[in-house]
Design a protein around this ligand. Sequence first.
Ligand SMILES: Cc1cc2nc3c(=O)[nH]c(=O)nc-3n(C[C@H](O)[C@H](O)[C@H](O)COP(=O)(O)OP(=O)(O)OC[C@H]3O[C@@H](n4cnc5c(N)ncnc54)[C@H](O)[C@@H]3O)c2cc1C
Length: 290
Amino acid sequence: MNLKYTSPRVFFPKSINEALEMNRSESDAVFWAGGTHLSRYSENTTVINLPKNVISLGMVEELAHASRSEHSLEIGSMMSLDRLAAIGRSTLPAGLHDSIIRIGSRPMRCRATIGGHLAVKDRIGDLKPLLQLLETTVETRSLKERHSRRKALSFTRKFPIALLEEKPGLEKGELICRISIPTESWDYGTFKKVIPTEDKERFFIFTALARVEKEVLTDLRMAFSDGYTGVLRDRDVEVGMAGRPLRLNTKELESLDDAVDIITAPWDKRDYEKETAKKLVRSFMNHINR
Ligand SMILES: Cc1cc2nc3c(=O)[nH]c(=O)nc-3n(C[C@H](O)[C@H](O)[C@H](O)COP(=O)(O)OP(=O)(O)OC[C@H]3O[C@@H](n4cnc5c(N)ncnc54)[C@H](O)[C@@H]3O)c2cc1C
């Protein structure tokens, strides 16, 4: 059998600088972390259809480090989702462990990395809504050409994870190096992924965090995502809920229903999703109210 297939050129940088330089000199090269997304559409074909030039990040030690400070978890972008889950349900911020172990299968999570998960452009990964609520930031590095200089300048950017969804998002050649997840404590956290039919591509996520002090709701954050059209959230609604005494009365719960209707308005005509979103919010509030 004659297969028209050219092997890719694979580069193995040992440092972030080397990876960025390789990306600069091979303009069509792509970063390869766990490769689960890059090889996804080749699963059922005879040969894996790879990009022509691949920069494997597997030997860049700086990207594999993780540490914990007083206020945050500092995670190298090459940490696999499985290793991240292994940090443990009680150490990870509320809801994060549950959201990780719902992603794909365990063998897949052993390969997929947190950096790759955040860099994928054609879907909103399951972790992004909760990481946004937790006010996660990412640190990236890139090289920028300067006309007057022969050497490109190295740039570091640190920004809230929500900006990955906005334009320009991650720029070409920009490498996610570190993810910083605040570890402030939350009294309640939830992550729900609902798959209404057998079609696994149709699903939605509801995730929320809350703090309660002396029977007063002091902080509430909640987000929705259908995996593709953006993370839906309304800070004004969240701020409006803070400071309310528990239990919430019927009027307050009904106005929360209305708010969820407005937040999920982009899910036009998906009545099942919109109704279930309201029920999940009610169930979370009941849990807090107890
Ligand atoms: C069978 C299967 C089931 C899945 N199920 C789910 C699911 O239930 N929920 C969900 O949310 N996702 C799911 N996914 C998607 C999965 O989360 C991603 O494929 C995975 O997280 C990507 O990580 P990776 O390390 O393999 O990235 P790669 O495939 O190596 O890279 C993905 C993209 O990110 C770029 N990239 C990688 N690392 C970096 C970096 N550090 N900086 C900048 N760019 C980078 C690459 O160039 C590429 O464009 C599934 C995927 C598969 C294959």
